[in-house]
Design a protein around this ligand. Structure first.
Ligand SMILES: [Zn+2]
Length: 273
């Protein structure tokens, strides 16, 4: 599943490849991907728009256009492929963006869970879903005080709270396990009981883990096609996630898998008391 590092890698790749392209036509084969506006208006508004930049907020990829922001959430399986206009459409290609240059960007999604939103620039950050997002991991406002304030009334396990996109945005299930392991915090620890030291560790390790993953993605991804490739490569360096019954890299204790809030969670019972 694409998390912040994978989305960031896709953002950088698209920016290298299709910056300044101008939309000529949009073909929608599975309209449910378009959350807003309606598909006809979506097509109409995109025509003639030029891509000025690619941004990211949390796990949202954002095309900055002349007058609009096009937000894309890849969810489980969303990917972009570059095609020629006359290349045959494959089974899981649901939207095609034809540019004036003749190249075509296709949105591919085997699960069809991905979503797109097109908003006027002045509205995009004031409306859902962007308005609901918390701080980016590298935001200067992400401090121990900020976390303690947010966690003060949270009587949920920290693992679940780390996945709450309204506090820190961009952390998914895989990286949450890695962050807690490096921070020596038990995933079941109740968020309001976290110490200042725990919060500081979580902030530092969130930044470190995500940055390392971005760097790995940046070196392995060859095109938008390979969010799978990025995932595969980064998995080699995961310390606890998906490593049930393997030895903790710190102390040799067997890694345990539990479920927290319905999500598979891996940790070392000795290092994360
Ligand atoms: Zn350990």
């Amino acid at each position: 599943m694409p998390e912040l590092p994978e989305v960031e890698t896709v953002r950088r790749t698209l920016k290298r490849t299709i910056l300044n392209e101008e939309f000529k036509e949009v073909y929608i084969y599975y309209p449910n991907i378009i959350e807003t506006p309606n598909p006809d208006l979506f097509k109409e508004q995109l025509k003639g728009q030029k891509i000025i930049d690619f941004l990211r907020r949390g796990k949202f990829l954002i095309f900055e256009l002349t007058d609009y922001y096009l937000l894309v959430h890849l969810r489980m399986e969303g990917k972009f492929f570059m095609r020629k206009h006359d290349d045959p459409l494959t089974k899981h290609e649901h939207i095609a963006f034809l540019f004036k240059s003749g190249v075509e960007l296709r949105y591919h999604d085997t699960r069809k869970f991905g979503r797109m939103y097109l908003y006027h620039k002045e509205d995009a950050f004031k409306m859902k879903p962007l308005s609901e997002l918390g701080l980016e991991p590298w935001d200067d406002k992400l401090t121990v005080d900020y976390l303690r304030q947010k966690y003060k009334h949270k009587k949920l396990p920290i693992k679940s709270v780390l996945l709450d996109q309204s506090i820190i945005t961009g952390i998914g299930n895989i990286y949450a396990d890695e962050i807690l392991f490096l921070s020596h915090v038990n995933p079941l620890k109740i968020a309001c009981d976290l110490t200042k030291k725990d919060c500081l560790q979580i902030i530092d390790n969130t930044r470190n883990v995500l940055m390392q993953a971005i760097e790995k993605g940046g070196t392995t991804i060859r095109s938008y096609e390979s969010s799978e490739g990025v995932h595969g490569r980064f998995q080699e360096s995961l310390l606890v996630h998906n490593r049930e019954h393997e030895k903790c890299p710190n102390c040799g204790t067997e890694i345990i898998k539990i479920r927290v809030g319905g999500r598979g969670t891996y940790y070392c019972s000795k290092c994360q008391k």
